[in-house]
Design a protein around this ligand. Structure first.
Ligand SMILES: *Cc1c(COP(=O)(O)O)cnc(C)c1O
Length: 394
């Protein structure tokens, strides 16, 4: 099996597993307990907090452990909204191609009387700091812009956007779930007030993530109960998962440059090879792009059929986000970069990790064009395009 769906989730690393095992067995204490078994767990928790903080150039007190990226996004946005509300500021700026964890939280706030402005992302799929500057108003309480897009891989100019927000005195949150462990992050140099990350996107376990919150920003708990996470997130901490996340992040950050170099080379071969398929187009920023992300549209085919045939050939890919698959709506990300519905339906995302090999890339490049050709030969839409009854878009 060739696994090329690392933007959906990644395999747990051996390092993370090894770090977790003692806390799944003998080190089962509750970090809130005063006895030695509990205190050993509390120490592991503190050490994980220090490691995660160091990877972001934050201080340990600024790291809040959550159940993953979605929870971190929800908490950051809802906290900023509560802060804004108290000052009579109810305008929020974001982008049209955020993850649903952000977009659906913003929709909830809209129903509560907030005004949400989604910046257009253009055909390449990015926003520039000047767009953010132009959108900021007296009553803006939050700018939330993703670090890198999970479907099309575009990397956004986060430091510049952060600088504009800082200058204007507006809170800045970034969903860095696709960036953490893959791109250099420095919350101080990049002017970030709040940042979300998720362990299972960088070879950590599922169901654990973190929210960085700059000192002095009051966050609202989503879960009420005990005083864990300094009162910001109740519930007995998932110690093994948190320890695994810290180990995975530390490892990913230590190898970041080397991994990115290897993955970029494989990614660019895939892009060059798939671009040879007639009536295809690369989605996302060709330059400022996640090292492992490849995303194409192929005219005249359905992405779902392509995925099934690739799977039959032992290739695990995606048509976009795992969260939207199963629904017949085309990806909101592809619509946001201006792909028409017909074309957005025929998309393919291949997302690599350091474990992918040259042989795997060669195999994907042999099989994919054959499958696209076969699907096109069966497609009434493709026949209409060939007969001139329909106009090609790509
Ligand atoms: C995966 C992902 C999330 C959600 O993270 P979970 O830990 O699965 O809740 C949020 N944002 C982006 C950009 C993602 O890729």
């Amino acid at each position: 099996m060739i696994y090329a769906d690392n933007a959906a989730t990644t395999k747990l690393s051996q390092t993370a597993l090894n770090a977790m095992l003692p806390y799944l067995t003998e080190g089962y204490g509750n970090p809130s307990s005063l006895h030695s078994v509990g205190q050993a767990a509390a120490e592991a928790l503190q050490s994980a907090r220090e490691d995660v903080a160091a990877c972001l150039n934050a201080s340990p007190r600024e790291i809040l452990f959550t159940s993953g990226g979605s929870e971190a996004d929800n908490q950051a946005i809802l906290s900023a909204a509560r802060i804004g509300e108290r000052k009579g500021k109810k305008h929020i700026i974001s982008t049209a191609f955020e993850h649903h964890a952000v977009l659906h939280t913003l929709q909830k706030l809209q129903k509560q009387g907030f005004e949400v402005e989604l910046l257009p992302v253009g055909s390449v799929g990015t926003v520039i700091a000047e767009q953010v500057r132009a959108a900021i108003r007296e009553d803006t309480c939050l700018v939330t812009v993703m670090f890198a897009n999970n479907e099309i891989g575009s990397i956004l100019p986060i430091a510049e956007i952060g600088a504009v927000c800082r200058e204007k005195g507006v809170l800045f949150h970034t969903d860095a779930v696709q960036a953490a462990g893959h791109l250099p992050i420095d919350v101080q140099a990049q002017n970030i007030d709040m940042l979300s990350l998720s362990a299972h996107k960088f070879h950590g376990p599922k169901g654990v993530g973190a929210l960085y919150v700059k000192t002095g920003i009051p966050v609202t708990p989503l879960i009420e109960g005990g005083a864990q996470e300094r009162g910001k997130r109740a519930g007995t901490e998932n110690v093994p998962a948190i320890v695994g996340m810290a180990a995975a992040l530390k490892e990913a950050v230590a190898n970041l440059g080397e991994t990115a170099k290897k993955m970029t080379a494989l990614r660019d071969q895939l892009i060059a090879g798939l671009a040879k398929i007639p009536h295809s187009a690369l989605n996302g920023d060709p330059v400022n792009r996640l090292p492992g992300n490849v995303n194409f549209c192929f005219e005249g085919i359905e992405g779902e059929s392509l995925l099934l045939l690739l799977d039959a050939k032992g290739i695990c890919a995606s048509s976009g986000s795992a969260c939207t698959s199963g629904s017949l709506d085309p990806s909101h990300v592809l619509l946001a970069i201006g792909r028409p519905h017909e074309v957005a339906h025929g998309s393919l995302r291949l997302s690599l990790c350091e474990a992918n090999t040259q042989e795997e890339i060669d195999y994907i490049l042999t099989e994919t064009p054959k499958i696209v050709e076969r699907l096109r030969s069966l497609s009434p839409v493709w026949h209409d395009l060939m007969n001139g009854k329909r106009q090609f878009i790509l």
